[in-house]
Write a protein that binds this ligand. Sequence first.
Ligand code: SF4
Length: 718
Amino acid sequence: MARTTRFVILGGYLGAGKTTLATALARELSAEKGLSVAVITNDQGELLVDTEFVRNAGFDVRSVMGGCFCSDLPQFIKSARSLVSMERPDIIIVEPIGTSTNIISSVILPMRSMCPGEFSIAPLLIVLDGTRVDELLARPQGFGLGGGRMIPRNQVNEAEMVLISKSDLLDSGTVDRVRERLRSEVPDAEVVALSSRTGAGMSEIVRVILSERESTKVREAEDGRLFATERADLGWYNANAAFDAKERSDMYAFITAIMRKVSERFDSDRIAHVKVLIESDSIAMKMSLVGRSLQTDGVRGGRYLTGRGKVVLNARVQGTPQELREALSAAIRSAADEVGITLDQMSEASFQPKPERPTMILNMPAEEAVGPEIKKLIDKAKEDSLGGADVDRATLKKLLEIDPRSKEGEYLGQAARDISRKFFGNKVKIGSSIGIDISPCTMNCKFCSLGEEWGLVKGNNELPGDVIVGLVREVLSKGFFQVTLRTTEFYDLDRLCVLGRKIRTEVPGQYLLTANTGELTDEGALKLYRSGFTGVYHTVRLREGVDTPFDPEVRLASMRAVLASPLMLSVGVEPIGSEHTNDEILDRIELFRAIGPAQVCVMRRENVKGTPLAEHDEIDDYRLAQIVAVTRIAGGKRWGIASHPLTRKAVEWGANHVTVETGANPREDVHEVGVWKVCDHDAARQIVHDAGCEVSTVSDLRCQKCGRVLKAGDIAAV
Ligand code: SF4
């Protein structure tokens, strides 16, 4: 086997027999070949028959709920990575939702781009119900409207191997006819006749899985709107109930009674798939109804049960959610009455599936879409950065000139992400910044809403010490461990030190406390350190001395004072607007490489109406993420990278620190305390997860100067 985890995607329409095959394959690969196998299932709603069935068969199984994998690719990748790190399976079998389409462009190619070398993705296997081929592959008569199906056709056309399931129910003439049809429908795919029941065709699938063949098919995504009508036609109903069989009861009779009632209520062409699983400590039984065809997928133990049990039902049937709920609920209840068992704790959900909105569509492999010259440039920059060499300014400038929305931009972002992953794990720290005072500031920086001349802030206001202590306590109680206190330029340093000592005394624990305040001398920096601060944010801003009245040398002197102290220095490429050139950005990056801060924040200017620089456009999320990526490549492991505001793209492209804020804020025209903004901590956590990263915990706390993992007491003792 290859060293990387083998990834086997088993697609196909509702009722094709994917779960039965996944379980049979897992059994064969583990029992016969001695390999460890895990399964990822995918669906909408809670508690699924498939997940329970695979778990019952003794395999590690993860579920990705809430729609197709493609709609939340980062979550899907996270599930796969978590399986790999915890269980180290040789093979992960992945079963997408039965209505998934465009798997190549929305799952396989993006995964190849986002996780290069991490997984070995096998050719795409599509299971096609051999007993329903004519019905499933009938050509639609209208534009996605009735008379045929668009979804199964799209799935089959994507296949690198089509598996004709239930072949034991077909005569040889029919199998030959289906093969012939598939040869013209999808000529580049292998076709295998399969029976999970007899084992026919299994060895051919296993051979492909165990080979080193990778998925290579490239297929342009079809417009998702084409499938909307079909999806909207289907109602989904999920139910699970505990029950008590006081006397010996026939579970086979229970399931068949449910299925009979469903068949009586709905025409066969309305039933896409109904699955029922019964389980208890002693038995498990799963049956499926597809159209009029009822089949037993698996049985463990006998058919009779006395005592407690559980029934799980998933139905995908044409109809409204309301209609399904009434019909299916009645079917389960009256079948239970028929066999004399008492249902309790029944929970149900009926809904229409959400539309698929893929996280990413790639119509060709990212590496192939990128021009060879630029690919070479990015690859070399990445290699140098990973190896600890400085990437030269000319290269960095070319990287800043790439259109961040292009394939080259994506390739650049992924290179930066790989560097970040190598040096900082896949972890992102969520910091909390508290603006502790507001007052009109006589410095009148042209981007700042606090500038006296703009008249946006009238009076003075300051957060009481106890409120600040409460906010710090709130941050730590949520599991975060970095707090910044932000002041206006002329906030009294001694008062800030008193506040630092108050916080350290009243909120014990291991956490980072950063000051973002006015200019500092060597003595001032030491005072902050002795008052419990662990770091300072200070920087030479873009167009310092032009858009601000500060002499850049004065700002630099403050930064040097911090560097001379035990404090960790964070700096920023900020506040970036559309008017700033690549050279101006590179001037800052080079300055930072020369002085060696622990962290660089890449910050967009948020235009505040009424401030002079609001006449220039803001940069968008892609440009911000691009500057993050280039700053990451320029810094390698020498610095962490914060991004502000918090955007998913910036995290995806290499930022490993983001911040939520409360209190006074020089970027906004509303000064509200107690409400966490750019977003709150929960939303920040979600964005980090959505970007496929984990949120750092205090156990990841490292000295930002030397990278040493800090132990309990290192910070508290400061
Ligand atoms: S950025 Fe700082 S120094 Fe400049 S106006 Fe705002 S508070 Fe004053």
